[in-house]
Design a protein around this ligand. Structure first.
Ligand SMILES: [Cu+2]
Length: 134
């Protein structure tokens, strides 16, 4: 094997490693948020959503990644592109930093879930999610 072949092999290897690294980057699944340490994340049941009743699970963590149980979590739900009438209320604490809320997905398409979290220290955090009913 001469130097040129070795160089070509090395180049192929570098490209392959770069490609694999890019492929393995986490891509958020529909209905979830990519945050892992701290903040507000959302998941849905069913996932993917379908027409009818849906449960939204809102997970609240502090900056160090610890679940926050004594927060007040409210949500409102509407479609992103049209006003279907806002569904809103407080989410119910399930323990371990999880709060759940029920919504009625009355139409296919993109919906916005707006969460407002009053932390035990008095601060408020907002986060919007877009979920899709396929
Ligand atoms: Cu609609």
């Amino acid at each position: 094997m001469n130097n040129k072949t070795l160089l070509a092999l090395l180049a192929v290897l570098v490209v392959a490693v770069a490609y694999l690294g890019w492929k393995s980057m986490s891509i958020p699944t529909p209905g979830t948020s990519a945050d892992s340490n701290g903040g507000i994340t959302l998941s849905t049941s069913p996932n993917p959503l379908r027409l009818g009743q849906a449960t939204f699970m809102i997970d609240v963590k502090d900056k160090s990644g610890k679940p926050v149980d004594n927060a007040t979590v409210s949500f409102d739900l509407n479609m992103t592109a049209m006003n279907m009438g806002t569904q809103q209320g407080n989410a119910t604490s399930q323990g371990n930093g999880r709060y759940s809320a029920i919504g009625n997905m009355s139409m296919r398409g993109p919906w916005r879930v707006r969460t407002t979290v009053k932390m035990p220290d008095g601060s408020t955090e907002n986060k919007d999610f877009t979920v899709n009913v396929p």
